[in-house]
Design a protein around this ligand. Sequence first.
Ligand SMILES: Cc1cc2nc3c(=O)[nH]c(=O)nc-3n(C[C@H](O)[C@H](O)[C@H](O)COP(=O)(O)OP(=O)(O)OC[C@H]3O[C@@H](n4cnc5c(N)ncnc54)[C@H](O)[C@@H]3O)c2cc1C
Length: 420
Amino acid sequence: MPTRQLDVGIIGAGIAGLSAAIALSKAGHVVSLYEKSRFRNETGAAIIIGPNGTRILTRWGFDFDKAGALDYISMRRIRGDSLELDSEETFSDIKEQYGDRWLLFHRADLHAGLKALLEAREPRPEINLGVEVTDVDVDEGIIKLGNGEEIKKDLVIIADGAHSELIAKVIGRPYPVTKSPMSMYRFLQPMDRILANPEAGQFYKDRPAGFTTFYKTEVGRPGLLINTYPCRGGKLLYVALVHPTKPAEKGLVGWDSPADVDNFRADAKDFHPAVQAVCEGATDIKVYTQMWRDPLEKVSAGKAVLIGDAAHLMLPTHGQGAAMALEDAVGLNVLFTDVSSADEVSSKLQQFDELRLPRVSAIQTMSNKMMGPPDKMISEIKRYYGGEIPGAKDKTFSKGYNDFFFLYDIEKEARKAVTT
Ligand SMILES: Cc1cc2nc3c(=O)[nH]c(=O)nc-3n(C[C@H](O)[C@H](O)[C@H](O)COP(=O)(O)OP(=O)(O)OC[C@H]3O[C@@H](n4cnc5c(N)ncnc54)[C@H](O)[C@@H]3O)c2cc1C
């Protein structure tokens, strides 16, 4: 138990908010979460978490089997028209190299597993669903709810996601997202149906779990790409078709807009019939425009701190967004394990800025600028981060990037920060 138990309010109960709640409850504080939704089960999305994130889940006692987590073993790139194999890579010794697993999840299963961990805490943190926070006074630590109620906290964690409105309270100005020119249709297919179809099944039958990516690049036209991977213990296949954003998709906000099925079919038609068979019978197709922000100059102000996508929104290039949210949570755990007065909150949050900003800014830049000139990306990363970084020739999921992401142990780094 810390010498002074803090009253902590967390806004948003996505992966970041739930993880911070677990971490601060573990540090001995009293935690209340405020979530505007009612946790309807998210459809059509899967997620990959590398060893820098899974070692956190392992230490927390996360139930990987219940969450249907699958080891990410193989990555194949296949031409979407001729089915010619372009490249294939196997990642079979990840645990030996990095100390934990590289895992594929259905996002709802990861979320449910985190919620179960939180609900098992004693005393049980309060989860207020259907409660929107409309304002935060960062100097006083006051959270204002949609019903007009005001609640004073010692520490306020803002985890309200990519479209954070409350970001302005910390950085002093609104900061809308930048939309990429690419959008993504996404859905889940029952794997037994895929396997029952010989055309579609050939890509997944008796194969280790991993990415199978079909791409179509045509000169003079932005390429289409279909990325697929299994989740939920192999029962479901996640399918994401990346395409240039259609005029009708330009105003979409959020992740879960229903897709125009005719547009989706028109793009899928560009692929080989066997790839079209992977998409056949898809229902509940969602569309989402990829978006990012450039790194923030700070993530804390007064008694409040931004974490998760609100703090470091990035493109899904390296699959590191959720892992960064888990790292944020552990950083808070270590910094707030030993608190003797609520007056220490602001200085501890400044330490959090120093601990997290170099790494998350570097990873945001790697994720957001990977498609541009590599030298430009590297010189930009060096503005934020002084350590070794992957070279200009390293590709996504190469050893250079994997070492950079996966060898980092936030718990060790945060402990170093509090003792120096
Ligand atoms: C297509 C795609 C693929 C991705 N793939 C990967 C991947 O493979 N690996 C990976 O690590 N990451 C991936 N990411 C990123 C990852 O999903 C996010 O980084 C992570 O989910 C962020 O969690 P969060 O809790 O910050 O935000 P969210 O999950 O958006 O949660 C924010 C929560 O706050 C609530 N909220 C918002 N405003 C308020 C308010 N005013 N009051 C109360 N509640 C509020 C919302 O309802 C929501 O529940 C991907 C992202 C995308 C879009």
